[in-house]
Every structure is written in structure tokens, then in C-alpha cells.
Design a binder for this molecule. Structure first.
Ligand SMILES: *Cc1c(COP(=O)(O)O)cnc(C)c1O
Length: 219
């Protein structure tokens, strides 16, 4: 199967209201261009350097999403062009994004990452940290970021009921956040292995890599 065929298969499985982020990390520009030529415009990367290089070499109407864990000192390299940052998991990171966005005279849309998995290795805020963040004066004073929703990753497990439970928990946090902030529209949950369950539980943005581009080789 080609990238184009894989992409079309995935798209045929997604309801119209669910946005697709094609996760192109580790994949070469030629694979991204194949997806681009098949109509895909939104791509996700998890390393800033790699995303900057790809942004430089590829068509400028691509929307680049940063989906990985983000270090504060890297924000400046992508602040001029990144279109959505999925993994915001601390007030300090948000502050840095706000500062760099201001330098570029833009407002950067962000998703707050919520910790829903059992594993400690996954990043994200818990409910108390989320509540504290959105109630803080520093948050209210930030004019160059806009929180548009939440992102989360379920536990890596065969246990479907656990995955479902974790996604349902994130959906309920999302619905609650909508009552507290304006402009909350996006719930980013679901990857190649679990996007079907994520959509059933209310996701409207899925991040899919290997099912489109094939397995990744980390060297
Ligand atoms: C790599 C990655 C994905 C895509 O994973 P696949 O299993 O290849 O679809 C989605 N979200 C995040 C945060 C990732 O790092």
C-alpha cells in the first residue's frame, strides 16, 4: 500500500467532523509530499528541529502541529509558523510560548495535555493543575496564546475497556473546560492503534502516523 492509499483508507474511516493530523515524524519529505499531493495539509511532528527543517523544505500552505513533549528553549525556533501546539503541560511552557508568539506578533493556538494514562512516563496536567492554571492571573494576562482544547494519550495496553475509560475521562474534562473558557473546540485524542475508540468517546482530532506512513525506524 502506498502512502496515498493508506491516507485515503484512513480518511474513509473518519467522520466528517474529525480532523486528521498526519504524523510524519522520522519520515522523509518525499513521503510527506505524497500525502500532500493526495490532499493532506495538516502534519504532526514531535521534534522542533525536524519540524523546522521540514517546514523550510516543503510547501508553505502546510499546517504544522507540534505534538511532542516540548522544551521551553526550543519554542523560539517554531514560534513564527507553528499552527497548533498539542502538548502544553506546564504554566512555564505556556508563558514561554506566549513570549515567543508576541515577538512574532501572533496568537498561537494551544492544547493543554492532560495526563490520563496509568503510565507515569506520559506527560500532562492533572485536574488540579488544570484548574489552577486556568484560574491564575498569569494565564488570564497572556494575550498571545489561545487555549483551544485538550490533548491526551491513553495507556499502551491491549485492554480496550481501560483505553475507553481514559478517553471518556478526557472527554468529560473537555466538556467541563468548555463551561469555563471560551473558544474550546478541539479534543485531540487517538492514534493509529486506538483512534476508533477515541472517536467513539468524543475525539474530534486524531493523530495518525504509522497507519499512513508505515512503521517508523528509529536509528
Ligand atoms: C507518534 C505519535 C503519534 C502517532 O502514533 P502512531 O501510533 O504512529 O499513529 C500520535 N501522537 C503522538 C503524541 C505521537 O508522539
Amino acid at each position: 500500500m502506498s502512502v496515498k492509499d493508506n491516507l485515503n483508507t484512513i480518511k474513509s474511516e473518519l467522520p466528517e467532523e474529525v480532523a486528521l493530523v498526519a504524523v510524519s515524524k522520522t519520515k522523509p519529505n518525499k513521503d510527506i509530499l505524497e500525502a500532500y499531493q493526495a490532499g493532506q495539509r495538516v502534519f504532526g511532528e514531535n521534534k522542533v528541529q525536524e519540524m523546522v527543517q521540514k517546514w523550510e523544505g516543503l510547501p508553505k500552505d502546510i499546517k504544522w502541529h507540534m505534538i511532542g513533549h516540548l522544551q521551553r528553549n526550543k519554542v523560539k525556533y517554531m514560534a513564527g509558523f507553528v499552527s497548533l501546539i498539542h502538548g502544553v503541560d506546564s504554566p512555564r511552557l505556556l508563558k514561554e510560548i506566549n513570549k515567543q508568539a508576541k515577538k512574532h506578533d501572533r496568537v498561537i493556538p494551544c492544547l493543554l495535555q492532560i495526563h490520563i494514562a496509568e503510565e507515569d512516563t506520559k506527560f500532562g496536567l492533572d485536574q488540579a493543575e488544570l484548574d489552577e492554571l486556568i484560574a491564575s492571573d498569569t494565564f488570564k494576562a497572556m494575550e498571545n496564546i489561545k487555549i483551544v482544547g485538550l490533548m491526551g494519550m491513553a495507556t499502551f495496553t491491549e485492554d480496550e475497556s481501560q483505553i475507553r475509560r481514559e478517553f471518556a475521562q478526557l472527554k468529560s474534562t473537555f466538556d467541563d473546560l468548555k463551561t469555563k473558557l471560551n473558544d474550546i473546540t478541539t479534543l485531540s485524542m487517538g492514534m493509529s492503534g486506538d483512534f476508533g475508540i477515541a472517536i467513539e468517546e468524543g475525539s474530534n482530532m486524531v493523530r495518525i502516523g504509522s497507519s499512513i506512513f508505515g512503521a517508523r525506524n528509529y536509528s
